[in-house]
Ligand binder design. Sequence first.
Ligand code: ATP
Ligand code: MG
Length: 416
Amino acid sequence: MANMQTPNAVRGTQDIIGEAQERFIYVVQTFERISKYYGFESVQVPAIEQTSVFARSLGESTDVVSKEMYSFEDRGGDSITLRPEFTAGISRAFLTNGWQQHAPMKLSAHGPLFRYERPQKGRYRQFHQIDAEIIGAAEPLADAELLIMADQLLRELKISDGVTLNLNTLGDASSRDAWRSALIEYFQTYKDGLSRESLDRLGRNPLRILDSKSSDDQKICQDAPVIDDYLTAEAQDFFAQVTSQLDAAKISWTRNASLVRGLDYYRHTAFEFITDRLGAQGTVLGGGRYDGLIENLGGPSTPAVGWAAGIERLAMLIETPLTSGPETIIIPLGKSAQSAASGVLANIRRNHISADMAYKGTMKKRMQKANAKNAKSVIIMGEDELERGEVSVKNLSTGEQELVALENIIAALQKI
Ligand code: ATP
Ligand code: MG
């Protein structure tokens, strides 16, 4: 075993601790709290699925399916993929478990996802999302409800400054087909200026050219045909209903007629909340209506709409420092005080107050530790005081210190 090297973490993965983890947990907790106000039911779905679940629903020519999936053959010879997103797996679960009988269902989920991407700030190979879906609802009410919920989430996380809701409609199937043909015709004439990637998309999935990150492509896209000229009356009416509900809820939005999402399954509403603070990683939350997806998975035609947001990107935007240190720290002085301290500590925690013990080093060191952890108070347990059944409780923000009888510690802490 000579020269054994410590293995590295897999490229694009992260070990999260400290403040970053505090922000991460805060995002998840805020999401779970807000989803309850909106009547969402929390679900768990597997992190692995049959590869066909994603290949059939996301679209073969999308970036995610064509180059970002972690797929492998398992020991039984099945093709398995680590989930790159939630929607397809939740839709599969909807079919597998016969959840149709409960439709419409409002479902929420969060957890790790995997995409083989070039790692950079805000872009990882294992990342995490919060996700909200309404399955079995064809009405624009569902689209609006999800958007209003997303807006509330960003507000309550206090990261809505500099974030704009970009909204588009991709129309119904016939609007989309007509637009698609017009786009092909248009891009054919600018073929020479397109990036290689977009040339490739032209044959298979021309809408995706509008989503290109190349600046040359983006210039060509500026004059491309817009969906509005191809929308059926029905599709126009659907979009008008979504926007009037947003207006009623005082949600501001901008029309972005070239917004197409990275996946093939979107119909009607498509949206992204974009921040001006994360550069190319500016999309913090995105989603739309995916009425065709469940049918692609072999199920009955089922209207659905949803969104997902990257937890790491939301967490990066949070500015208020979040502290999670213990509320109080016990400092026992001497051996017999130490065992008494264990009893007091247990009692404090059983009363749902976070607490810790600083049992090593000089008094000065231990006080420094309490201050560094941002504790509100310290409980000093000296042997003489203990014999009288008392401890000293010091309020670290005012500096006041008082003698407190052992049985009154909880009450004293609650006052601080
Ligand atoms: P992008 O255009 O940034 O690649 P996307 O269109 O691929 O985003 P979606 O599939 O819509 O993203 O996923 C929704 C959200 O998940 C994104 O807005 C982003 O916040 C987050 N996300 C997507 N891919 C990654 C990644 N590799 N690392 C971290 N977060 C990600
Ligand atoms: Mg992507």
